[in-house]
Design a protein around this ligand. Structure first.
Ligand code: GGG
Length: 348
């Protein structure tokens, strides 16, 4: 069967890392029909829109999409996000954002005395509402009394589905779920969230669960990462905590993610957690690990577990032996690392 995969490099280093992700998937020998998409800042300058008008139908006509990065210094950040990645997540209702956190072999962590056995977590981030619902507005622009309002939206259905999915993941891992909220200072949405967690827990007797305030959880991730298995968090908290998690596992370039709608056949969007990194774009030094790891998640989601495992094993092997990019202690370029991973996959 031919897999139809849309390739959306986006901006900045997205172009560089997505090329390596594609190369590695091709090395599996799977039959893939790629669709190249020119969406992003350059298109916005040229045509006035980041994506083509029929973007939703186009994505739904594929099995998956690989995204590189959103954001360019020449476009306001909120335009970049609200004209591409956030509408894609919302309109396709990709409500779960899975972000595995693991210290890959040979990759240095900034946490003293910690090794791979201490760092193995899965973040399940709510991906369609919460603080990124897009509800709000500004009035009296430019006046001293100007007001900007950003409203968080938590629906019972939205919270229930992501919390249930996190419990399922915890049940299939080490049986421990940590829920991150701030339901002391924020007394509505996060209190609803906490109640949903407690109620859902009754269906998962083999999973122990706990409620932790997000600020305390951030400290615990640094001091005691081995105490965490699956973490479920709102859109904003999941976004922030997984940048911290990326740093713990060796840097932003190493972090992968899957935007999915579990239980449906909606195509998922797979992307490295990092942004467009304008400071290093075009230099050929961006780390492709996050993008390649995202293809591991994609292939698993597409029902190709053998290919997924081959790419995961190649990733581990290349991290262990090199070549590695400078951010994880090496001196290789993006293409050299991608070539090495692809060669391992082809030989496996
Ligand atoms: N790799 C995709 C990307 O550019 N992410 C940057 C970012 O800030 N994304 C916002 C989000 O994940 O909600």
């Amino acid at each position: 069967m031919t897999l139809k995969i849309a390739l959306l490099p986006g901006d900045g280093v997205g172009t560089e890392v997505v090329a390596e992700a594609r190369k590695v998937v091709d090395a599996t020998g799977l039959d893939v029909a790629w669709t190249d998409l020119d969406w992003g800042a350059e298109r916005w300058h040229r045509t006035g829109s980041m994506m083509q008008d029929d973007w939703e139908a186009l994505l739904r006509d594929h099995d998956a999409c690989i995204l590189g990065a959103c954001g360019h210094p020449s476009v306001a950040d909120h335009i970049s996000l609200w004209e591409m990645i956030l509408p894609i997540r919302q309109r396709l209702d990709l409500w779960a954002n899975l972000r595995p956190v693991r210290l890959l072999p040979g990759v240095p962590t900034p946490l003293a005395g910690r090794t791979a056995e201490h760092i193995d977590m899965l973040f399940v981030r709510e991906n369609s509402e919460g603080e990124y619902a897009g509800v709000g507005g500004r009035v009296h622009r430019g006046h001293p009394g100007e007001v900007g309002i950003e409203t968080s939206v938590f629906t019972r259905m939205g919270v229930e589905r992501v919390v249930r999915h996190a419990f399922e993941r915890a049940r299939d891992r080490r049986g421990q779920l940590t829920s991150a909220t701030k339901s002391n200072a924020s007394r509505y949405g996060y209190v609803l969230w906490d109640e949903v967690v407690d109620a859902t827990a009754e269906d998962f007797p083999s999973v122990t669960h706990e409620r932790v305030l997000v600020d305390a959880l951030a400290a615990r991730m640094v001091r005691n990462p081995e105490s965490l298995d699956v973490v479920v968090a709102s859109n904003l908290f999941g976004d922030i905590l997984t940048d911290l998690a990326a740093a713990i596992q060796g840097g932003m370039g190493t972090a992968a993610s899957a935007n999915i709608a579990p239980g449906t056949d909606t195509p998922g969007l797979f992307e490295p957690v990092h942004g467009s990194a304008p400071d290093i774009m075009g230099k050929g030094i961006a780390n492709p690990i996050g993008a390649v790891w995202s293809t591991v998640l994609m292939l698993e989601h597409l029902g190709e577990p053998e290919s997924s495992a081959r790419v995961a094993a190649a990733l581990d092997a290349v991290c262990a032996s090199g070549p590695r990019t400078a951010d994880v202690g090496g001196s290789a370029g993006t293409v050299e690392v991608g070539n090495a991973i692809a060669a391992h996959v082809a030989a496996s």
